[in-house]
Write a protein that binds this ligand. Structure first.
Ligand SMILES: Nc1nc2c(ncn2[C@@H]2O[C@H](COP(=O)(O)OP(=O)(O)OP(=O)(O)O)[C@@H](O)[C@H]2O)c(=O)[nH]1
Ligand SMILES: [Mg+2]
Length: 450
C-alpha cells in the first residue's frame, strides 16, 4: 500500500508547460476522473509511457485545460509505483486548480523529495544515485552537472559495489573458518586476504582523494582578493562579477568589511571575497577590516594578490604577494612601473585591467588551473557529497585496521570485526543499511515534485 501523492513537478512560475505528477495506489484511476482523452478512451486502458491528448476537467466537469497525459505502471516507473503525469499549460493558477481537483479526488500533496524517496525505497535507485538527482538539479556549472549525471547513472555505486562484493566474499570465508573450525575449509590464507584488503583500500583511497575536487565542483572555489589599499581589489571584484557589487573610490582604505559574491567563470564557480586593503593603520575600524582580510586570506582556497602595475612595488605588497596562488597585476591600461622581485617570479602572474576588462578571462583560467585535486578524474567518479565522503573514509579506516590486524597475526575474528565495520559503512553509503531518520534528512533537501 502506498498513499497516492501529487505535486507540481515544474516550477511554480509562468511558463510554456507545467507538469503535475501523481504516484501511488490508484494513480491511474485518479487521473481518469480528471483527464478525458480526445480519442474517447480512458487512461486506464492506455499503453504505458505514451502521451495521450485530451481535456482536463474538474470533478464537476468544468474544462480546466487541454493537454497531454501519460501513465506508467508498477514496477516500471521512476518511483516503482503506478504513476501518471499531466502536461498542461504553464499557468500557475490553472495548475493550482488542477492540483486542487486531484486532492479532492483522493491524492495528497507530496513532500519534498517524496517521489525520489519512493524510488529509493522501491530499489529503483541507491542512495548515491538519489543524492545525484538533487545535485544535478542544483548544479551551477557544466562540470558539476556532468559529474552528477554520471553519478545518477551509478558511477559511485559501481566503484563501491566492487569493493563491497570482495569484502563480503572475504567475510563469508572468515565466518566459515571461525564458526566451523573442524570442517575441511581452505584455511585462513593471510596473503590472499592481504591482496583483497590492499585492493579495497586503494580503491577507497582513490575515491576519497577526489573529494577536494568535488567540494570545489559543488561549492565553488573560495578566492580572496587581497593587497594594499587602492590597488583595485574592489574594481577587480566588480569586473569579475560583471556588476558593481563593491564601492570603488580613489581614496585608499575604501573597503572596510569583506564583500562576498559568486560568479561562474570558465566552467568554475568562484566564491569571491573582496577585502580591506592591507596596511598599518591607527584607525580602529580599518584595523578590524585588516584583521578580516588576513582571516579571509587564511580561509581561501586561492589567494589572488592584487598589485598595482602602474606603481613600483612597496613593502605592503609583499605580505599578500608571498601568500598568493596568483598575482593579478592590475591597471595594465596604464604605463607599467612595477618590477617583480626574484622571489615572486615562481608565482603565476596575469596582467589585468579592471577598467578595460583586459586579462580577466586569463585570470579566471589561471585560478581554475590551481584548483585542489586532480582534474583528470572521469565524470561521476568525483565525490561531491560530504555524507558519502564520510562513509568512504570510515570504510577505509576499517579496511586499514583489518589489514594491520592481519599483518600483526591476530585471530581471524578480530580481522572479521573490522571488515564488517567496513561493510556497514559501505552499506550506509549506498543506503543498503540506513537508519530511517537519516533517510528522512537526506530527502528533505529535495524540492517538492522530485
Ligand atoms: N587605470 C585604472 N584604474 C583602476 C583600475 N582598477 C582600479 N582603478 C582605480 O583605482 C582606484 C582604487 O580602486 P579600488 O577598486 O577602490 O581599490 P581597492 O584595492 O579596492 O582599494 P581599498 O578598498 O581602498 O583597499 C579607483 O580610483 C579605481 O578607479 C584599472 O584597472 N585601471
Ligand atoms: Mg576596495
Amino acid at each position: 500500500m502506498s498513499e497516492l501523492i501529487a505535486a507540481l513537478a515544474t516550477g511554480n512560475v509562468r511558463s510554456a508547460i507545467g507538469i503535475i505528477r501523481l504516484s501511488g495506489d490508484g494513480a491511474v484511476a485518479c487521473v481518469d476522473r480528471l483527464f478525458h482523452p480526445k480519442n474517447g478512451g480512458r487512461m486506464g486502458d492506455a499503453p504505458a509511457n505514451r502521451l495521450i491528448f485530451g481535456e482536463v476537467q474538474g470533478l464537476d466537469g468544468a474544462l480546466l485545460d487541454t493537454g497531454l497525459c501519460t501513465v506508467s505502471r508498477a514496477p516500471h516507473s521512476y518511483t516503482g509505483e503506478d504513476t501518471a503525469e499531466l502536461q498542461c499549460h504553464g499557468s500557475p493558477v490553472a495548475l493550482a486548480a488542477i492540483l486542487g481537483e486531484l486532492f479532492r479526488a483522493g491524492a495528497r500533496q507530496a513532500l519534498p523529495g517524496e517521489f525520489t524517496k519512493r524510488a529509493f525505497l522501491n530499489g529503483k535507485l541507491d542512495l548515491t544515485q538519489a543524492e545525484a538527482v538533487i545535485d544535478l538539479i542544483d548544479a551551477q556549472t557544466g562540470g558539476a552537472a556532468l559529474n552528477a549525471s554520471a553519478q545518477l547513472a551509478g558511477a559511485v555505486r559501481k566503484k563501491t559495489d566492487a569493493v563491497y562484493d570482495r569484502l563480503l566474499d572475504m567475510t563469508a570465508h572468515f565466518h566459515a573458518v571461525v564458526d566451523w573450525p573442524d570442517e575441511d575449509i581452505e584455511d585462513f590464507q593471510a596473503l590472499s586476504y592481504l591482496d583483497t584488503l590492499n585492493a579495497a583500500g586503494g580503491a577507497l583511497r582513490g575515491l576519497l582523494d577526489t573529494f577536494d575536487r568535488g567540494r570545489v565542483l559543488r561549492d565553488g572555489v573560495r578566492c580572496a582578493l587581497v593587497g594594499r589599499p587602492n590597488v583595485g581589489k574592489s574594481s577587480l571584484l566588480n569586473a569579475l562579477l560583471g556588476f558593481d557589487r563593491a564601492i570603488v573610490t580613489d581614496v585608499p582604505g575604501t573597503t572596510r568589511d569583506t564583500v562576498e559574491d559568486t560568479c561562474v567563470a570558465g566552467g568554475v564557480k568562484l566564491r569571491l571575497v573582496d577585502t580591506a586593503g592591507l596596511r598599518d593603520t591607527c584607525d580602529a575600524v580599518e584595523r578590524m577590516g585588516v584583521e578580516r582580510s588576513l582571516a579571509a586570506m587564511d580561509a581561501a582556497d586561492v589567494v589572488i594578490a592584487v598589485l598595482d602595475a602602474s606603481q613600483p612595488l612597496t613593502p605592503e605588497d609583499l605580505t599578500p604577494a608571498r601568500r598568493a596562488g596568483v598575482l593579478a597585476l592590475n591597471k595594465s591600461d596604464l604605463p607599467r612601473r612595477l618590477e617583480l622581485p626574484e622571489e615572486l617570479t615562481r608565482i603565476p602572474a596575469v596582467a589585468v585591467s579592471a577598467r578595460t576588462g583586459e586579462g580577466i578571462d586569463r585570470l579566471t583560467q589561471t585560478v581554475a588551473a590551481l584548483l585542489p585535486g586532480r582534474s583528470d578524474v572521469p565524470a561521476g567518479e568525483i565525490l561531491t557529497n560530504a555524507r558519502q565522503a564520510g562513509e568512504v573514509a570510515a570504510a577505509l579506516d576499517s579496511v586499514e585496521a583489518a589489514r594491520e590486524a592481519l599483518l600483526a597475526g591476530v585471530t581471524p575474528d578480530a580481522v572479521l570485526t573490522e571488515i564488517e565495520a567496513a561493510l556497514a559503512a559501505l552499506g550506509r553509503l549506498s543506503g543498503r543499511t540506513l537508519a530511517g531518520d537519516v533517510t528522512e534528512r537526506i530527502f528533505q533537501r529535495f524540492c517538492v515534485g522530485k
